[in-house]
Ligand binder design. Structure first.
Ligand code: NDP
Ligand code: GDR
Length: 327
């Protein structure tokens, strides 16, 4: 039987690289959409380069998306591409809206035009819950977004549902809580901390500046989350799911665990910088993934402590020049 074809937007990002690995293991023919840049940015998928097929297109360019779907004719389409860093969304709210909100409609329009049988996954976010109305948050919790990023994701979420309801597309939205890994971008707080811990431990830095240490998040491992994305597209009916661990920690606890692991007292190295506080903060997020557990049989496999230690180890190795290509 011919292999199923999957197309991933955002394949060069954290989740895209894990999803590509996972789908290859499942026997898929994996295609990735990349946008043109003056320098290739394929670090996270370098070890997969000979096993995935990359195509240039951009979420801003409708025709490029249509051509891409015509060329690849995927069975499954995972939309992971976005402007994904919350602080940047205040500096570039319009661009964030173009990528993260309207980009979803452009892709859905391309699906509708080229092949409405394509199964579509949208990477929605717990940031949509924002100033939360209830704890923990599930698929029925109302959205009170607190950043231009979160507002754009709410649009992406509802346009996905709307295309399912209007045109009968197999379109699903996965509402993921924060998920991290050694491949996380260095601007996000977990990786910023583990990278700093490694540099401080090795004498390459003497402090790290952070913002709000009291913020609380439900942090999981990216490798676990991409499995849930895939499971969502294997169901009989398209539905939306919260993907979360159900365990919450503060940024300060993250810092304590990371510094403790290398035998350092975090208080000596962490400086709180008011410039890193957000115009509107999401203070606390905690997910209830009961539906994913019951219907998808999905469980997270990596605890928060294991995740942070994995990330510190990978950053130490990287600075010692021993990193493996897939770390
Ligand atoms: P990353 O920031 O690591 O990756 C984003 C990807 O989107 C990159 O491959 C980037 O390409 C691509 N991209 C950005 N703009 C465009 C564009 N105009 N055209 C084509 N590609 C573009 O994100 P993550 O992997 O962490 O997250 C994946 C998705 O899941 C995102 O949509 C994010 O918002 C969402 N999400 C993530 C969560 C998390 O905790 N990680 C939680 C909830 C939702 P390039 O390499 O060229 O920059
Ligand atoms: P988030 O992740 O905004 O939740 O979005 P991030 O790691 O940036 O922030 C988490 C919390 O940590 C606080 N914080 C800091 N954050 C950063 N980046 N840098 C700091 O120095 C710092 N100090 C404290 C923040 O204020 C915040 O409360 C991530 C992204 O992956 C989104 O794309 C995704 O949708 C959500 O997770 C779920």
């Amino acid at each position: 039987m011919a292999a199923r074809r999957a197309l991933i937007t955002g394949i060069t990002g954290q989740d895209g690289s894990y999803l590509a690995e996972f789908l290859l293991q499942q026997g898929y023919e994996v295609h990735g959409m990349v946008r043109r840049s003056s320098t290739e940015n394929f670090e996270r998928i370098e070890h997969l380069r000979d096993r995935v097929q990359l195509h240039q297109a951009d979420l801003l360019d409708q025709l490029s998306l249509i051509q891409l779907l015509r060329q690849v004719r995927p069975h499954e389409l995972y939309n992971l591409a976005a402007q994904s860093f919350v602080p940047t969304s205040w500096a570039q709210p319009l661009l964030t809206g173009e990528f993260t909100a309207l980009g979803v409609t452009r892709l859905l329009e391309a699906v509708r035009l080229v092949d409405p049988e394509i199964r579509f996954f949208q990477a929605s976010s717990s940031e949509m819950f924002g100033a939360v109305d209830e704890v923990p948050q599930n698929e029925n919790t109302p959205f009170r977004p607190r950043s231009p990023y979160a507002v754009a994701k709410v649009y992406g979420h509802f346009i996905t549902i709307n295309y399912r309801e209007s045109y009968g597309l197999f379109a699903c939205s996965g509402i993921s809580f924060n998920h991290e890994s050694p491949r996380r971008g260095k601007e996000f707080v977990t990786r910023k901390v583990t990278d700093a811990v490694a540099r401080i431990k090795l004498g390459l830095a003497d402090h790290v500046r952070l913002g709000n240490l009291q913020a609380r998040r439900d942090w999981g491992y990216a490798g676990d989350y991409v499995r849930a994305f895939w499971l969502m597209l294997q169901q009989d009916q398209p539905e939306d799911f919260v993907i979360a661990t159900g365990v919450q920690h503060s940024v300060q606890e993250l810092v304590e665990i990371a510094f403790d692991y290398v035998g350092l007292d975090w208080r000596r190295y962490v400086r709180v910088d008011p410039a890193l506080f957000r115009p509107a903060e999401v203070n606390s997020l905690l997910g209830d993934a009961s539906k994913a557990r019951e219907k998808l049989g999905w469980e997270p496999t990596v605890s928060f402590e294991e995740l942070i230690r994995m990330m510190v180890d990978a950053d130490l190795q990287r600075y010692r020049g021993q990193s493996s290509p897939a770390s």
